[in-house]
Design a binder for this molecule. Structure first.
Ligand code: 2RA
Length: 351
């Protein structure tokens, strides 16, 4: 029997991409069950060539599920993941509820696939979208050169804040488009945008906002702390020095990260390019003379992390600077969850 898969949060920004991915990937699933909150119940979603009706998330709806992919808010995951496990499912969770728990592995199949087996609570976590985009490029360089320190700056798309984030940018762009009177000409769009900021603390149209998530100790944002904590856990380096500045930019899809990585050994930049070219899940686009560098408009709708602008730091032969961009809804979320679920399916169907 092929395992039964449940998708929780199937109608959200990430859930929609999960269903698209399940349509395009090798079919390892028996029944696929789409579960969501009351307001989405009854909606029809095409998945794997079938038209599936979204069902209400109830305890009974989880019966018979082997693997449950969760893309729901932290508090919903905290409540429902243990219930799904009690009903017999293994949960792959995209929220931040369990990522840092010692007895929950944080799995990126290109980096630490063996960790899926180590799941005493029946929960496997998937990392934050910014972490995933960047770590896919950093991990192979670490394997080759021994990472010592990371300094990161992110350029994060509005869809990282869900459908509401994407809708907010569209609405704000419509308000400022062609508006030369209310400040849009000089760049102060506050009057044109008005009070509707959606999930953001400031206007995103024609602006950048150096903030994502909530405030934590010392002035760091929760997003910056996730980058630090999750990278350390995925790489198995609890003392790695990392600092990040996370910035929201007026891009619909595609998180980017400018990285400064310091290693234990001297870097030969062509060697580093070769390491990245051979790394799973990475595409190198690095020919600035020809105008070729990775951008969100290239990465959107694709699976890999796109890496370019690779250069050795001028003042430190052990350090590398580069730019990486990836689709935050695919490898940053849905794709990683689907890949982890497929590892579990393989495990469950092994004779
Ligand atoms: C964001 N990484 O971009 C966070 C959550 N998906 O807002």
């Amino acid at each position: 029997r092929l395992p039964t898969l449940a998708v929780l949060g199937a109608t959200g920004a990430v859930g929609t991409v999960m269903c698209e991915l399940l349509t395009g990937r090798r079919n390892v699933w028996g029944e696929i069950r789409l579960l969501a909150s009351e307001r989405s119940v009854g909606r029809k979603v095409r998945c794997r060539g079938e038209e599936l009706t979204v069902q209400a998330l109830t305890e009974d709806a989880l019966d018979g599920v082997d693997v449950a992919m969760f893309d729901v808010p932290d508090e919903v995951a905290r409540h429902w993941a243990p219930i799904a496990v009690r009903r017999g499912a293994i949960v792959v969770d995209n929220s931040a509820a369990f990522r840092m728990d010692r007895d929950v592995p944080l799995v990126v199949p290109e980096i630490n696939p063996e960790q899926v087996a180590n799941r005493p609570r029946g929960i496997v976590a998937s990392a934050n979208c910014t972490t995933l985009t960047m770590i896919i490029a950093v991990a192979p360089l670490h394997d080759e050169y021994g990472l010592r320190e990371l300094v990161l700056a992110s350029y994060q798309a509005v869809s990282g804040a869900g459908q509401a984030g994407a809708d907010t940018l569209h609405d704000q762009l419509a308000k400022v488009a062609g508006d030369r009177m209310l400040g849009a000409r000089t760049g102060d769009v506050r009057q044109a945008v008005g009070d509707d900021l959606g999930p953001f603390p400031a206007p995103l149209a024609l602006n950048v906002v150096p903030w994502a998530g909530s405030l934590t100790d010392g002035g760091w944002s929760s997003e910056e702390m996730k980058l630090r904590d999750e990278s350390r856990k995925i790489l198995g380096m609890p003392d790695l020095k990392i600092s990040a500045t996370c910035v929201r930019v007026p891009v619909l899809t595609g998180h980017s990260v400018a990285a400064h990585a310091v290693f234990a050994t001297e870097i030969d930049v062509e060697g580093a390019r070769e390491v990245l070219r051979n790394a799973p899940g990475v595409i190198v686009v690095d020919d600035p003379a020809a105008g070729e560098f990775p951008m969100p408009i290239d990465a959107v709708g694709t699976d890999p992390s796109w890496v370019g602008r690779i250069r050795r730091t001028l003042d430190d032969p052990r350090a590398l600077d580069f730019f990486v961009t990836g689709d935050n809804l695919r490898k940053g979320a849905a794709l990683n969850i689907v890949q982890v679920a497929e590892l579990l399916a393989e495990d469950l169907t092994r004779p």
